[in-house]
Design a protein around this ligand. Structure first.
Ligand code: FES
Length: 177
């Protein structure tokens, strides 16, 4: 299993105020540009990179700052599947379904993950530890089939191996509580 940082090594998460300040700076820069409303996607992208998803409160903030109705922001956020409206799991699993991985048994890996975690694509486990999404190609075709968990690539997966990896992550999450 990929090495995980200890509590001491892990950088402290930015506070809500710090994230909000960064988002406001980003919006202020965009407002100086021509036609700032055409940049809503960039703002939502920034918000999601800061928060991991788009909290309601932040959508309201964007609407207010940019002077557009909240319903419009929701419309943009729900149109693009890329945007997440609920918090992701602590470990986000991106399971590759690209050609190389598909040929090497990605569908069996997917089934093993679904059976183990009892979630489908777009889902989050009840304990909030894992969320699952599909990926097209993670750029590690030589290691197919591949999944990215958090920021680590796990390759040459078998159904047995992936279940063990998930158990290891769950143990780590327990330890970190
Ligand atoms: S197809 Fe899966 S990593 Fe490229």
């Amino acid at each position: 299993m990929a090495k995980t940082l200890t509590k001491e090594q892990r950088p402290l998460p930015a506070t809500h105020e710090e994230k909000l300040a960064e988002l406001r700076t980003h919006m202020a820069e965009i407002q100086k540009q021509e036609n700032p409303h055409s940049q809503l996607i960039s703002i939502l992208h920034k918000a999601q990179s800061l928060y991991g998803y788009l909290p309601n409160q932040i959508m309201d903030e964007v609407a207010q700052t940019m002077g557009v109705p909240t319903a419009h922001i929701w419309g943009v956020a729900t149109f693009y599947h890329y945007f997440k409206l609920t918090p992701p799991g602590r470990y986000e699993i991106a399971l590759c379904l690209g050609t190389a991985c598909y040929v090497k048994g990605a569908t069996q890996i997917l089934q093993a993950v679904k059976d183990e975690l009892k979630i489908d694509f777009g889902g989050v486990t009840e304990d909030g530890v894992f969320s699952l999404s599909p990926a097209r190609c993670l750029g590690a075709c030589g290691l197919a089939p591949v999944a990215m968990i958090g920021d680590k690539i796990h390759g040459e997966l078998t159904t047995k191996k992936v279940v063990q990896i998930l158990k290891d992550y769950r143990k780590q999450a327990e330890k970190d509580k």
